[in-house]
Design a protein around this ligand. Sequence first.
Ligand SMILES: Cc1cc2nc3c(=O)[nH]c(=O)nc-3n(C[C@H](O)[C@H](O)[C@H](O)COP(=O)(O)O)c2cc1C
Length: 187
Amino acid sequence: MKKILVLFLSMTMVLALAACGTVDTDERQNSSAGSPEGVRTAVEGEAAGSGSSEPDLFSICVTEPYSSDWDECLERANRERGDDARPELVENVDNLGQYGTVFLGYPNWWYGVPMALLTFLEQNDLAGKKQVYLFCSHGTGGLANSVELITEAAPDAVISENIFDCYEEEASSSREEIQNWVTELGY
Ligand SMILES: Cc1cc2nc3c(=O)[nH]c(=O)nc-3n(C[C@H](O)[C@H](O)[C@H](O)COP(=O)(O)O)c2cc1C
């Protein structure tokens, strides 16, 4: 049976794990980014019941971390968006073929996605996966154009229309909603 992969990209993670490959538990708990750990825990719980194997967690990190200064971070992200940049990643997923289902988490940046997410999608082909599920945290802008950008970067991926999103300040308290979402998806 193919495995489940939970991918996430978050500014907090990028900052906390500048050159990360593995994720420290405390750092994960500190992140509010659409609760990637919450998604993994929820999938894990459901997978255990269904006999599926435990999902793997992978954080998408850039080699040049974003500034912890809010304005500098906004400015760089906006410049990268204007340049249609593809920030370099620390690493890609090993043996992507072993995964049948992918949960992909990201924050809304500038009405869309961090450009590093496009780097990731162009370098890690999600075509052929049974299903890709998106989860997103955001300010007041909701999903904005993020789904369109992801679909454009991964045109052959089967992306579910059932997307989980939450307001950034509610991410850390959204575990129950995430659990319900994962259950609704059948995991
Ligand atoms: C560079 C940048 C751009 C952002 N642009 C938007 C936006 O256009 N719309 C929105 O609703 N939120 C926007 N936000 C807020 C983020 O979506 C929010 O901070 C994020 O979901 C929180 O997750 P995190 O803890 O992983 O950063 C932006 C944040 C940053 C840092």
